[in-house]
Design a protein around this ligand. Structure first.
Ligand code: SF4
Ligand code: SF4
Length: 496
């Protein structure tokens, strides 16, 4: 057992209100510079929808992530033999048209317009050419199903549904959408790291955050093609690639990342997980329907004395083990099993998990009385407006059972709380629902509390990781000082 620690995240989709506050917080902190105009390290998509960059989930086009090659895995986008022919042009890399042409407005014409009979306007101008443009796309162009026939209906996840189900989904009385915020998943088996010919991408030993060394990056953009989530970007101004850094300077000072901190819906949770690095290759190569369970089994129980001993042997500090025991992510993912990884079939083992959304109650309006279509208070999960098959394609590599388990549990908790607080559902019915959903009343209360009544400290359990302390996690500080002196992370060598 090779125990490592990883900062991981859970996004609870039922709580996201699509306000884009997270995206703006990130934009203002990290990507408001020249060359980053089109970058959104955090973006919020409306599902069903084609997302940003357009159709990023279509791996036939973008060839991101890993594919099975016999018993091993290989990158879809590149490889030793393919790197040379694609060196100046990688056909699977997104171009600016796939993102959008960034624009601003001629504010001068608005603020300094002379008095006249017309209302002054600010025309949109391209941030690339400076010329006036007709804005044709943006990072959330299909927000709230805007332009559904063009965007929502072309969502690659809809391929999982038969034609009649697809049609039903877009019938006006069944129409439904949910928000899907996305950042870099800081994967355990990151395609971006494996693809970089310069070795500029790396995963930090102490917390698993994936970063790009700006000195080493030579702008090959192999990471852009290899990330199936399209979360590395090319900066045309510096000639280097950039990506979400999980606000590591904030984490190192005990603060939550900016998008987490500012989240209005409080959908975001952050904590540390312990995992077994020896099993990454084995798990990433499992058949599709075993991937979710495989990734869960990689995550180790931080209370298990064997795990604790192995973690200590790997120089994981006791404080990290203690924080792993308090991690909200561990509870959602491993104990309660209601948070699932996105598109795990891309095999990068993403460490951002999502609690899938419950659909609105299916109801009829009959003589001004709204009644649930199947007569019960909450409709059956199998008859949800968002078909299980669709959610399974997004979060379970097609395994509907995993989604059913999570959604049934969440419905049972709703019934339990309704029975406790309003009383129009009998205690018996609530208890039956909990039993069917493999949940106890205590677990239901704990999930309810962490979902609805959580404080800042419940949501963000950040282990101590000041840079100086981070070194303590890895090695003895006295020894480190004597080999490299203060101020260096690696030993100085002649010629450097
Ligand atoms: S989401 Fe993409 S950029 Fe982030 S670690 Fe995974 S492969 Fe790399
Ligand atoms: S700030 Fe939170 S609630 Fe608002 S869109 Fe972002 S993730 Fe959703």
């Amino acid at each position: 057992m090779n125990v490592r620690s990883q900062i991981s995240m859970v996004f609870h989709l039922d709580k996201c209100i699509g306000c884009h506050t997270c995206s703006i917080a990130c934009k203002n902190v990290w990507t408001d510079r020249k060359g980053t105009e089109y970058m959104w390290w955090n973006n919020v998509e409306t599902k069903p929808g084609t997302g940003y960059p357009t159709k990023w989930e279509d791996q036939e086009q973008y060839r991101g992530g890993w594919e099975k090659h016999g018993d091993t895995l290989r990158l879809k986008s590149t490889g030793k033999a393919r790197i040379v022919p694609n060196i100046f042009h990688n056909p699977s890399q997104p171009s600016m048209d796939d993102y959008y042409e960034p624009w601003t407005y001629k504010y001068d014409e608005l603020f300094n317009a002379p008095e006249g009979s017309d209302q002054p306007t600010a025309r949109p101008i391209s941030m690339v050419t400076g010329e006036p443009i007709n804005v044709e796309a943006g990072p959330n162009w299909d927000d709230d199903l805007g332009g559904s026939p063009v965007y929502a209906e072309n969502d690659p996840n809809l391929d999982a549904l038969p034609e009649d189900m697809r049609k039903q989904m877009f019938a006006i009385e069944r129409l439904v959408f949910f928000y899907f915020p996305r950042i870099c998943n800081h994967c355990l088996n990151p395609g971006c790291v494996a693809a970089c010919p310069s070795g500029a991408l790396y995963k930090r030993g102490e917390d698993g955050i994936v970063l790009i060394d700006q000195k080493r990056c030579r702008g090959w953009r192999a990471c852009v093609a290899a990330c199936p989530y399209k979360k590395t970007f090319y900066n045309w101004n510096t000639g280097k690639s950039e990506k979400c850094i999980l606000c590591y300077p904030r984490l190192e000072t005990g603060q939550a990342p900016a998008c987490f901190h500012s989240c209005v819906g409080r959908i975001r949770y952050l904590g540390v997980l312990l995992y077994d690095a020896d099993r990454i290759t084995e798990v990433a190569a499992l058949p599709d329907d075993e991937l979710v369970e495989g990734q869960r089994s990689l995550i180790l129980d931080p209370h298990d004395p064997v795990v604790i001993e192995a973690a200590r042997k790997n120089n994981i500090h006791d404080s990290v083990i203690e924080y792993a025991q308090k991690s909200p992510v561990y509870r959602f993912v491993k104990e309660w099993k209601i948070a699932l990884p996105p598109h795990i079939e891309y095999r990068t083992l993403p460490m951002l998990f999502y609690v899938p959304p419950l659909s609105p109650v299916m109801a009829n309006l009959d003589e001004n009385v709204v009644s649930s279509v199947d007569g019960s208070f909450f409709h059956d999960i199998e008859n949800s407006r968002v078909p299980l098959k669709y959610l399974a394609k997004l979060f379970g590599a097609g395994h509907e059972g995993k989604l059913l388990y999570a959604l049934k549990k969440m419905k049972a908790i709703r019934m339990h709380r309704r029975a406790v607080t309003v009383g129009d559902i009998t205690a018996d019915a609530a208890e039956r629902a909990l039993k069917e959903a493999d949940c106890t009343a205590e677990e239901a209360e704990a999930i309810y509390k962490l979902t609805s009544l959580c404080t800042f400290d419940d949501r963000f359990v950040i282990p101590p990781m000041h840079r100086e302390e981070a070194i303590e996690m890895m090695e003895d500080v006295g020894q480190h000082k004597s080999s490299v002196g203060f101020g260096f992370v690696s030993g100085p060598e002649r010629g450097l």
